[in-house]
Design a protein around this ligand. Structure first.
Ligand code: NDP
Length: 453
């Protein structure tokens, strides 16, 4: 018998919190409560990865129709019906939210649809006024879009609002050069919106392999997106025809929509954590050790609120490892290395391991790189090029990194990540017989390095 109301109380019903709650309850036999103030499923399901990917699919049809015509189909493109899509998207998100609820209920987790804060190391207080004692607390409250403090910032929207716009804009400005900005620039462009992207740095997608970033940026511009690097917004103003953006390059241009995608911040404030002794870092993220434990032993944190690697599958792994450790007696540390990820721009960019720039700093390096026009789009008369790169340590022969730009790059990198995670050498790749005709076969047929350092 527990002396507490719960063995575990989870604050936040997103990817990390839901996984931890389910494993602790269903496999660890714990009595678990979970509070979510918004919709079950969190950022990924409700206002992130899932609706984003569906919008990526929606935005790819104009190219698919053009290709179909090139292949001989009599296809007439029509207008995009945003209200139709939005309604279908809302229904799909309802379905997914219910699925999440069902999973938790089946696992025996008690859901509280309200905000919760921490009162002491073993007590949570709900916005309803209820209080529950609990042996352990897990903070999985994720992050929230950050908009810099510029004049007129209230005129901008963030990714949160993008899935529920009343109408698609004619002209959009996207500010930022990260995952979210670049993905939405491509989505909107595909949906027929005139897109301008301002990024303060020299090249979008900082942190990814330089050659791959350049490849994506060139392709985005070739697709009609006006990418302005070294440009930022000074202020936004209301204009008769929309929103005027006064930029650092001296221009003043009008848009119907301004999307700020300038990073996200951890949702760690206002939860009562600092008063309790839980420490936050300079970015406002909860500091945890390799077991996701905070400075207060009964309080743990996983996912974006800890600002380690802010990706859904990482939050899920962290949540699972926490539940295994604390409730299943299987101490598990999640290792944050060789995490593959993909940016769903058009073309997609997918990566695992080191970039060329990172690998060069570590010592001698062989760079295998191929840029080619894939069969399917070449036949359709498109000039799109695909990029594949392998970075190889010339001494150990291990593949240190893989970068792919082009159709299905995200699907391919998942499999390349298995090989690289296992320590595959270039010779292991070379020994693997190509699957023909595919684009992926290029990964096992690059014989001569393009560059040697
Ligand atoms: P990112 O950190 O990727 O990018 C933020 C961008 O905004 C950068 O280009 C940054 O510039 C710029 N920026 C930051 N502050 C300012 C400022 N004050 N003024 C102007 N520009 C600014 O964040 P995102 O919002 O794109 O995404 C958040 C996280 O969500 C990512 O880290 C990622 O982990 C995750 N995500 C993953 C996806 C996926 O896996 N496909 C998709 C979407 C999100 P600079 O480079 O100069 O710092």
């Amino acid at each position: 018998m527990t002396d507490f109301d719960y063995d575990l109380f989870v604050i936040g019903g997103g990817s990390g919190g839901v996984r931890a709650a389910r494993i602790a309850a269903a496999e660890g036999g714990a009595k678990v409560g979970l509070a979510e103030e918004s919709r079950m499923g969190g950022t990924c399901v409700i206002r992130g990865c899932v609706p984003k990917k569906l919008m990526v699919f929606a935005s790819a049809f104009p190219d698919a129709m053009a290709d179909a015509r090139a292949y001989g189909w009599d296809v007439q493109g029509g207008a995009f019906d945003w209200p139709h899509f939005r309604k279908a998207l809302a229904a799909e998100l309802d379905r997914l939210e219910n699925a999440y609820r069902g999973t938790l209920k089946n696992a025996g987790v008690t859901i509280h649809d309200t905000r919760a804060v921490v009162e002491d190391a073993h007590t949570v207080r709900l916005a309803t006024g209820e209080r529950f004692t609990t042996r352990h607390i897990l903070i999985a409250t994720g992050g929230w879009p950050f908009v810099p403090d510029i004049p007129g910032r209230e005129l901008a929207v963030t990714s949160n609002e993008m899935f529920d716009l009343p109408a698609l804009p004619r002209r959009a400005l996207v500010v930022g050069g990260g995952y979210i900005a670049s993905e939405f620039a491509c989505i909107l462009n595909g949906l027929g919106v005139e897109v301008t992207q301002y990024y303060r740095g020299a090249q979008i997608l900082r942190g990814f392999d330089d050659e791959a970033r350049g490849h994506v940026s060139n392709a985005m511009q070739a697709a009609g997106i006006a990418v302005h690097c070294g440009t930022d917004v000074l202020r936004l103003e209301k204009a008769t025809g929309g929103i005027r953006a006064v930029a650092t390059d001296g221009t003043e241009r009008e848009f119907d929509l301004v999307l700020y995608a300038t990073g996200r911040r951890p949702n760690a404030r206002g939860l009562g954590l600092e008063a309790l002794g839980v420490t936050l870092d300079r970015a406002g993220a909860i500091e945890v050790d390799e077991w996701s434990q905070t400075a207060v032993p009964s309080v743990y944190a996983v996912g974006d609120v800890t600002n380690r690697v802010n990706l859904t599958p990482v939050a899920i792994r962290e949540g699972h490892a926490f539940a295994d450790t604390v409730f299943r007696g299987v101490p598990t540390r999640f290792d944050h290395v060789n995490i593959a990820s993909a940016v769903f721009t058009q073309p997609e960019l997918a990566s695992v391991g080191l970039t060329e720039e990172e690998a060069r700093k570590l010592g001698p390096l062989e760079v295998y790189s191929a840029s080619f026009r894939p069969m399917r789009t070449l036949f359709a008369g498109r000039q799109d090029r695909m990029l594949m790169k392998l970075l190889v340590d010339p001494v150990s022969r291990k593949v240190l990194g893989c970068h792919i730009v082009g159709d299905s790059a995200a699907e391919m990198i998942q499999l390349a990540a298995i090989a690289i995670g296992m320590g595959a050498t270039k010779e292991d790749f070379d020994r693997t017989v190509a699957v023909h005709p595919t684009a992926a076969e290029e990964l096992v047929t690059m014989r001569k390095p393009a560059r040697v350092y």
